[in-house]
Design a protein around this ligand. Structure first.
Ligand code: 4NP
Length: 154
């Protein structure tokens, strides 16, 4: 199973989602690969935002080795599932899809949670937003092993 987490800049939300899910995968001893990307190219090559690194560290995760890259059409072939952080990211990803099979790989990360709003808020302009983003992503990533295993077995 190969899973790609996608936001806009690949420096705030999706690096956290990558780090959190990688930790769950390790805990569950799953044979999954996890990566992340941004629909925009503004921050390509950069480390995760220091505020994302700090909240990850608070919960025992080191995401400092990650580097931002841009989402590319070939990711549809490379990955089994693509999780967008919000509907805007999802729209930008779907704009690059050319087949129904590719479109069906794309989901919102909060789709399987009970959240009323399926968007993970962009914390870039809000220093206080990172804790909330961490909690939302931790909840969503906790559910993914069960949801994905169920999909695969059907
Ligand atoms: P991300 O956050 O999509 O969660 O990585 C953002 C990072 C950078 C910008 C916007 C959102 N930006 O406008 O540069």
């Amino acid at each position: 199973m190969k899973i790609l987490m996608v936001c806009l800049g690949n420096i705030c939300r999706s690096p956290l989602a990558e780090g959190i899910l990688k930790n769950k995968v390790k805990q569950h001893k799953l044979d999954w690969q996890v990566d992340s990307a941004g629909t925009g190219a503004y921050h390509v090559g950069q480390q995760p935002d220091p505020r994302s690194q700090a909240v990850a560290k608070k919960y025992g995760l080191d995401i400092s080795i990650q580097r931002a890259r841009q989402f590319r059409a070939s990711d549809f072939d490379e990955f089994d599932l693509v999780f967008a952080m919000d509907r805007s990211n999802q729209g930008n990803i779907l704009a690059l899809a050319t087949t129904q099979e590719q479109r069906e790989k794309v989901h919102l990360i909060l789709e399987f949670t009970g959240a009323a709003d399926h968007n993970v808020p962009d914390p870039y302009w809000d220093d206080n937003g990172f804790e909330q983003v961490y909690q939302m992503l931790d909840q969503a990533c906790s559910l993914l092993p069960g949801i994905v295993e169920e999909r695969v077995s059907h």
